[in-house]
Design a protein around this ligand. Structure first.
Ligand code: SIN
Length: 490
């Protein structure tokens, strides 16, 4: 796949700081590669501590003016940004497929998905209501206002290079916050293109600042934000280990945190489920982005009477998946993000097989296609002692477990430190109510595999983090409450 954009200026190799495109200090750069071929796509700015400080300075200078803008003025800018994202779908999707590897159809879908958060929060910007508290004493009036929390540092993962950063920046700007952002080292180009479109939409200088960095230098840059008391909030999507690090390191300045962390989603198929719908739901949830999402079902529990039939139906669908490079219009699964990801998938599958799982489909690397390809895989007879059960595989592997009773399924599903998403299929409404309440997860798919939406609160419980993204709840994470008590009114 070649880098051919309709608008070449959307390929940015510099940082966006204070409304200007600038090199990292010392003109440092690092290579961004295509996971399908290993070839370098571009050399991006390799930012460190000084660049992070410059971004915070710019965000600080812009903060007062931005929070004083009328909400409908902020909304108007967000609407223009949304329109530009949609207009430039093809270029954004091309950048995304090149740096992340997902098929073009998925990348186009992600542009629409990410843009939907911008449209949503443009609307929400004008609905930041406070409260007039019912009078408690004569001559006294009590009011609660919602104010922007301040400078927000947005740190995002590689698996959704556009949607994750859009769903952090949009509510932050809507709330009146200014932003310093750092996308994952593997996928900075989509985020930088998004910043370019924000500039074109009229986001004032310093309101949005975006830096790219390699893993090592990124740690330095984020370290500066963690220590800087002007940065009042960190919003992060990524691993639980890094989320814990951010929570620890930001404690010195007591920042507000939104952490959307790792998952280990159970997917339960009860004996009364519509099996075709359950297979379709699993295909959508499990194999989206090649299995590289935090909400991917990681453990698939199927009740004994329907186990064999479900396994058969699933195996037929999975063996028909087309694995190909992003440019192939038929591609359904692309390469994994890097060699480390493939090594982890292999380790999980090999471990499961060594402990008694049988491979129904796949189970191998697709080395002839390139070093980052792994075959979509279905494993039967998975058990609790396997790595696929305890760790997030983050790849196209579907391990099937057999269970007997509802109680057993709930116990197994909740037997994890994580609690992001959970799914189950049943036609029994009483069971549906009961199980939905019993599952320890922030997001539950009931007879549904596609749960994410800009209108819904997305986020986890337990070690999957805290805070919510999307919906009206998603704005609260960028706001703080000020209480004003006015006396002597009579
Ligand atoms: C994620 O994998 O972190 C997000 C998935 C989604 O938005 O659906």
């Amino acid at each position: 796949m070649e880098l051919r954009l309709q608008r070449e200026e959307l390929l940015r190799r510099q940082n966006f700081v204070g409304g200007k495109w600038v090199d990292a200090r010392g003109r440092q750069r690092y290579p961004v590669t295509n996971p399908a071929t290993g070839k370098v796509i571009a050399e991006a700015a390799n930012s460190g501590r000084a660049d992070a400080r410059a971004a915070t300075d710019a965000a600080h200078r812009a903060a007062g003016h931005w929070r004083e803008r009328l909400p409908r003025e902020r909304a108007e800018i967000l609407r223009r940004w949304h329109a530009l994202i949609v207009q430039n779908t093809e270029d954004l999707a091309t950048l995304m497929s090149l740096e992340q590897g997902k098929p073009m159809t998925e990348s186009r879908g992600e542009v629409a998905y990410g843009a939907s958060y911008v449209a949503w929060f443009a609307e929400e910007a004008t609905r930041i209501y406070g409260d007039l508290i019912p009078q408690q004493q004569r001559g006294k009036q009590m009011r609660a206002f919602k104010e922007p929390v301040g400078i927000v540092a947005a740190i995002t993962p590689w698996n959704f290079p556009l949607a994750m950063i859009a769903r952090k920046i949009a509510p932050a700007l809507a709330a009146g916050c200014t932003v310093v952002g750092k996308p994952a080292e593997d996928t900075p180009l989509t985020a930088l293109a998004l910043a370019k479109l924000a500039e074109e939409a009229g986001v004032p200088p310093g309101v949005l600042n975006m830096l790219s960095a390699s893993r090592e230098r990124g740690i330095e840059a984020v370290g500066d934000w963690l220590a800087d008391e002007r940065v009042r909030k960190i919003t992060f999507t990524g691993s639980t280990a890094v989320g814990k690090y951010l929570a620890r390191e930001s404690a010195g300045t007591l920042k507000k945190l939104s952490l959307e962390l790792g998952g280990n989603a159970p997917f339960i198929v009860f004996e009364d489920a519509d099996l075709d719908a359950a297979v379709a739901g699993l295909m959508a949830a499990k194999f989206r982005n090649g299995g590289q999402t935090c909400v991917c079902p990681n453990r698939i529990y199927v009740q004994a009477p329907v186990f064999e039939r479900f396994a058969e139906l699933l195996a037929a669908r999975v063996s028909a998946l087309k694995v190909a490079a992003a440019t192939d219009p038929q591609a359904q699964i692309g390469p994994m993000i890097n060699a480390k990801a493939v090594a982890k998938i292999s380790r999980h599958v090999d471990d499961a097989v060594s402990k008694g799982a049988s491979v129904l489909v796949g189970g191998t690397r697709l080395a002839a296609m390139g070093e980052n390809y792994y075959a979509p895989t279905v494993l039967k007879h998975a058990t609790n002692d396997m790595l696929v059960t305890c760790e997030e595989t983050f790849g196209p592997v579907a391990p099937l477990y057999r269970f007997e009773t509802d109680e057993e399924a709930i116990k197994l599903a909740n037997d994890t430190p994580f609690g992001l998403a959970a799914y189950f299929y049943t036609r029994d409404m009483r069971r549906a109510e009961r199980v939905a309440r019993q599952l320890d997860a922030g997001v539950v798919g009931l007879n549904e595999g596609a749960v994410a939406s800009e209108a819904a609160p997305f986020g986890g419980v337990k070690e999957s983090g805290y805070g919510r993204e999307g919906s009206r709840y998603g704005l609260d994470d960028y706001l703080q409450i000020k209480y004003v008590c006015q006396g002597n009114l009579d």
